[in-house]
Design a protein around this ligand. Structure first.
Ligand code: AMP
Ligand code: MG
Length: 318
């Protein structure tokens, strides 16, 4: 059975084709805001409308199939930016031409493609991206959220910080490079119960910009936010007793974060996993794959744009 998935929640427009558990193609184009600006939702949606036709054609030709060969369509319905979600949903419904269209939760898709690519089975998942930061694990047929950000996603914090100090966008990889060999200066560490907040550290780091070398600031920013993420993940790991820790989302590409999670997991007799970089960030194949799982197991989710769609509201029937 061939599944076509559309990703559209924020800056990425992607189309992926999956046949059972095998990815046939995975094409995407990423909206880049003007220098010094963050993502403008209406602009990102316009980007999606502009590139969607070409991305679809490329995905089909790389897979060597036609639209008529697709059995089921899927689209990321949330969480995300409303204009972007609307653009993707309209596109998916249009190209499906009456064939089934499955609504997919973006966070669930990250977990499923992460498991497929990294080979773990029942991980405690740390999902760290531009807009999202959540610690989740499967309990009683739902991906329960054990902890999450109370304000912005950790990737967003890194990007905003980078933008203000003149690094390239997206800044996550630039901060990682600049941090090498840096020294630690203290920054606010904000873990509240099992939840996290990143806006305080962002403000504090920018205030120290004049007096602290950029390398030291990047190092300290990373050490602080990654320690916060590890602390919450560790407590969820101890609580659930899981034996696998998986990190997904764009920030999962960071080697320092993965190293810290690996050490923490070892201390609990668990193992850390991360999918390859292609599967860390937003992509269409993860939507196609999660959509196929849902379709085969009789998904009953509502087909509508859901900007605040909670991961733990989705029944995981597979
Ligand atoms: P996503 O929202 O999942 O597409 O991921 C995009 C986010 O990942 C952006 O905020 C990037 O700055 C961040 N990112 C990408 N690579 C890295 C890296 N090596 N270290 C930290 N953050 C990264
Ligand atoms: Mg994402």
């Amino acid at each position: 059975m061939i599944s076509l998935g559309v990703e559209c929640t924020a800056h990425t427009f992607g189309v992926g084709l999956v046949e059972d558990g095998r990815v046939l193609s995975n094409e995407r184009d990423v909206y880049k805001p003007a220098l010094g600006s963050g993502i403008i939702p209406m602009e990102a949606a316009k980007h999606h409308d502009q590139v969607s036709g070409t991305i679809l054609e490329n995905a089909l030709s790389k897979a060597g199939i036609g639209l008529g060969d697709v059995d089921v369509f899927s689209v990321s319905c949330g969480p995300g930016l409303p204009p972007c979600l609307l653009s993707g949903v309209r596109f998916a419904v249009r190209v499906a031409k009456g064939k089934p269209v499955v609504p997919v939760n973006h966070c669930v898709a990250h977990i499923e493609i992460g498991k497929l690519d990294s080979g773990c089975k029942d991980p405690l998942t740390l999902y760290v991206s531009g807009g999202n930061t959540q610690v989740m694990g499967l309990e009683k047929k739902r991906y329960r959220v054990f902890g999450e950000t109370l304000d912005i996603g950790v990737g967003n914090a890194l990007d905003k910080f980078g933008r203000e100090v003149g690094l390239d966008n997206p800044a996550g990889p630039e901060v990682e490079k600049t941090a090498i060999g840096g020294r630690y200066v203290e920054l606010p560490y904000t873990v509240k119960g099992m939840d996290l907040a990143f806006s305080g550290i962002l403000t504090a780091a920018l205030r120290r910009r004049e007096k602290v070398a950029l390398k030291d600031l990047c190092f300290s920013f990373q050490e602080t936010v990654f320690s916060m993420l590890c602390e919450v993940t560790e407590r969820a790991l101890a609580h659930t007793g899981k034996l696998e820790v998986m990190v997904v989302g764009g920030v999962a590409q960071n080697r320092r974060l993965f190293g810290m999670l690996t050490d923490m997991s070892k201390a609990h007799g668990a193992k850390a996993y991360a999918p390859r970089p292609e599967w860390c960030g937003d992509n269409g194949a993860m939507i196609a794959y999660a959509g196929l799982l849902a379709f085969r197991h009789g998904s009953r989710e509502r087909m509508e744009v859901q900007p605040r769609w909670r991961t733990d509201s989705v029944a995981i029937n597979w």
